[in-house]
Design a protein around this ligand. Structure first.
Ligand SMILES: [Zn+2]
Ligand SMILES: [Zn+2]
Length: 177
């Protein structure tokens, strides 16, 4: 998604585009560093671009959704993301003056006479993915003993946890002595 600088004026222009699941799923970090996720539909991106001199200001939002495993019950779970985008583009030639020290997400650089938007928006979306996802706040997770998904049914292991169990009474007696 490349926008020629000459199309961007100080009053601003609206730029809408979509990012394919292929682009969003590419370049995932290795699975041992991060939970795996899968984008199965396009991301909708709506940006406003304005320009003052050689600096381009980009602001807007990207709406996307991804599927990953619930961190409690391991069932696939869809999460919607509404990612705010805010970034400035400066000419690559200015980077040499500033030095290479800035890995700032708020500033990117363009070569030539156009700005490339897709890759920076993908970066924003990737950074917005939470480290762990729950299918629901109330997810009961898996039984630690038998592995049963407790959202679907209660296994027999959970009976011991209730106060009605004869074992609970025994434990109470032991504590008193
Ligand atoms: Zn869950
Ligand atoms: Zn169980």
């Amino acid at each position: 998604m490349k926008i020629p600088l000459k199309e961007i004026n100080s009053g601003g222009i609206e730029v809408d585009f979509k990012l394919s699941p292929e682009i969003l799923n590419a370049s995932q970090v290795p699975e041992d560093l991060s939970p795996s996720f899968s984008f199965e539909s396009e991301a909708q991106v709506a940006l406003n671009l304005s320009r003052e001199g050689s600096t381009v200001y980009v602001e807007g939002v990207a709406n996307s959704s991804f599927v990953s495993s619930c961190s409690r019950c391991v069932e696939p779970s869809e999460t919607k993301l509404r990612t705010p985008i805010k970034i400035q583009f400066k000419p690559k030639s200015e980077r040499a003056a500033v030095g290479e020290q800035d890995e700032d997400l708020e500033i990117s650089y363009y070569l030539g006479k156009e700005v490339e938007l897709a890759s920076v928006v993908v970066d924003f979306i990737k950074l917005d993915i939470p480290f762990s996802v729950l299918c629901a706040e109330s997810c009961k997770g898996l039984c630690a003993k038998c592995g049963e998904n407790l959202n679907n049914e209660n296994c027999d292991c959970s009976i011991e946890k209730t106060g009605d169990s004869p074992f609970a009474v025994l434990q109470g007696l032991k504590l008193k002595h």
